[in-house]
Design a protein around this ligand. Structure first.
Ligand code: ZN
Length: 180
């Protein structure tokens, strides 16, 4: 159990041992319930067909939400970033997870843009030279569409991933978005 827990992000040997000891000392139902929860999630959670977010259904809750602004699309590089941005409540559009760039992903993205008639894309990527070239590359792929491109502004330090930035800073970065 310790070895298994150690494979989790941010969990070192000490924490892994603490968790394992805690579980074996509890009532048996505690460990079994935990097992079941993990098993159930592992078997049912998949990626949303439209945006790549995680979901128990074909389409995630966000893509199923009719009240969002269809003209706005936020591109993130990691599923986790959607959770973070949703917590800020500063963005009212839809999302697309572009974790690696390939033909298939670009096709999915252009299909989504056509379908939703996207007018504005917000790149929620932490500032770095690599993310600037990522943005330029995507902009070039979408140059035939009439879309305004923005990226999140200052508040997110260079080279730091969104999950390590506090919510307030992410909110400021979204509100202070700038043209790219
Ligand atoms: Zn979705």
């Amino acid at each position: 159990m310790v070895e298994a827990f150690e494979q989790l992000p941010t969990i070192g040997k000490k924490s892994a041992m603490r968790m394992a000891f805690y579980i074996v000392r509890q009532d048996k139902s505690f460990g079994l319930k935990l097992c079941n929860t993990i098993e159930e999630a592992t078997l049912t959670v998949k990626n949303c067909k439209k945006c790549g977010f995680i979901s128990e259904h074909e389409l995630c809750e966000i893509c199923q939400d009719e009240h969002k602004d269809k003209a706005k699309l936020c591109i993130v590089q990691d599923v986790k970033d959607i959770f973070i941005i949703e917590q800020t409540r500063c963005f009212d559009g839809y999302y697309f997870v572009l974790d690696n760039i390939n033909h298939e992903k670009i096709d999915e993205l252009t299909q989504l843009i056509e379908e939703r008639k996207t007018k504005e894309i917000l790149f929620a990527v932490s500032p770095s030279i690599a993310s600037d070239s990522f943005i330029l590359f995507i902009e070039d792929k979408l140059k035939d569409f009439d879309i305004k491109f923005h990226k999140i502004a200052q508040g997110v330090p260079t080279g730091v991933s969104l999950e390590n930035v506090d919510i307030l800073s992410v909110a400021k970065a979204i509100n202070g978005k700038m043209m790219v």
